[in-house]
Design a protein around this ligand. Structure first.
Ligand code: NG1
Length: 403
């Protein structure tokens, strides 16, 4: 369940930090790459991610009291400690310990949480890269605390709760990252709808490869990109309100979900042209067209039609760049390199403003795409560590096991 060397290193760190007795639980939660359906989740529209082979792992020894102690294998994340209580004050903004506090706070609000833990933590999800390392950190802590305190919840409820928990760090996010980290399935990508969470696992055709490439530009959601992200969520709400207030929208469904499912896209875009202008028109256009693309993409994957899936990814990227304005020159460059090297489609993945791109290619083209990205993007960037460019493997969701 964890690579043997990683587990051994984590055990050694645990022993060094806390001594005996040894840890008894291992919780691990994967990051994710979103294939299509970007900036849709907080608008009540579906997403289409897969859980990654990269994860955050907690080696845990339950405590008899309500204290939580954390050490991280990554030196820049210092040791943290806190007490589980009714209102848990956050560490400084951007502190990694806040994702653990977020999990504890959410559970403590709903359940009598008597026991904390001592844990050694290790992650190999690239940070601030749009691959959801933050949600993986939160979900791992959540599962460990639930197991120790004997809290059990049905999966959809847990997915909803984990999404709410992350608001503790001040991001008005959707529920995609937590839902896929908890619900991922090996060999599948999942269409996920929200309120309530519903999942449609879709088998990944055997010869499809998704190549993930990190711009190496950090999109720190707890920091600089946070304002831009939260601004988009406000703009989407305002665009919908103004759209619905316009006379030509009279009698139409009143949510993005209702509009995408109840009105043909062409008609919706024409109406948006009448009812909205400027930025709000562009944001609205992205949200409804992206919502419609997710269902088309699901059908394309079911048919094994990689070309159609690739075209949808290209359209998604254009829309994110031009209408949603969350791309960057580095993301555009990675997308262009992948396409020129034979990928069938490519786009930014995650919130944007830096982070990663994802490209679809057939197995036989994958080495060429990877080689082109390494040569044309990373050769000039010394920060490249081999970690930045990889082929995604659709993996299982978070688990906690007794050792
Ligand atoms: P990133 O920044 O890629 O982890 C964020 C949100 C998602 C979703 C995407 C955009 C959080 C935790 N994550 O993901 O819910 O809205 O942006 O599609 O808020």
């Amino acid at each position: 369940m964890l690579e043997p060397e990683r587990l051994a290193a984590l055990r050694a760190q645990f022993a060094q930090s806390y001594g005996d007795p040894p840890p008894t639980l291992l919780a691990r939660a994967p990051g994710r790459v979103n294939l299509i359906g970007e900036h849709t989740d907080y608008n009540g529209l579906p997403v289409f991610p897969m859980a990654l082979q990269r994860n955050v792992a907690y080696l845990v020894r339950p405590r008899a009291d309500a204290r939580v102690r954390l050490v991280n294998r990554e030196a820049r994340y210092g040791a943290r400690e806190f007490e589980i209580e009714r209102a848990i004050p956050p560490f400084e903004q951007g502190d990694w310990g806040n994702y653990v506090k977020a999990a504890a706070q959410m559970l403590a609000t709903r359940f009598p949480l008597r026991r904390g833990f001592d844990a050694a933590v290790d992650g190999n999800v690239p940070l601030a890269a749009g691959l959801s390392s933050s949600s993986a950190t939160l979900v791992g802590a959540l599962l460990a605390l639930m197991r120790i305190n004997q809290v059990e919840l049905p999966l959809p409820e847990l997915q909803e709760l984990a999404a709410q928990a992350e608001r503790y760090v001040g991001v008005a996010g959707g529920g995609m990252d937590q839902a896929i980290s908890l619900g991922g399935r090996a060999g599948h990508a999942l269409v996920i709808d929200f309120h309530p969470v519903r999942m449609q696992p879709t088998p990944m055709p055997g010869d499809w490869r998704f190549v993930v490439a990190n711009t190496l530009v950090m999109a720190e959601k707890s920091g600089a990109a946070r304002e831009a992200y939260n601004a988009r969520t406000r703009e989407c709400r305002e665009a919908l309100a103004r759209f619905l207030a316009h006379p030509s929208a009279a009698g139409l469904p009143t949510s993005y979900y209702g509009l995408v499912h109840g009105v043909p896209l062409e008609g919706l875009l024409t109406l948006a042209g009448q009812a909205l202008e400027g930025e709000l028109q562009k944001r609205f256009r992205h949200v409804v067209s992206e919502g419609a693309r997710v269902e088309e993409a699901r059908l394309a994957m079911l048919r094994g039609d990689a070309r159609a899936f690739g075209r949808l990814m290209d359209a998604s990227h254009r829309s994110l760049r031009e209408d949603y304005e969350v791309s960057s020159s580095e993301l555009d460059q990675l997308v262009a390199i992948a396409r020129e090297a034979g990928a069938l489609g490519a786009r930014l993945s995650g919130a944007g403003f830096g982070g990663c791109s994802v490209a679809l290619c057939l197995e036989r083209e994958a080495p060429r795409v990877v080689e082109a990205l390494a040569r044309r993007y990373y050769a000039a960037r010394p920060a490249f560590s081999g970690e930045a460019l990889f082929i995604a493997e659709a993996s299982d969701g978070a688990r906690v096991v007794e050792l």
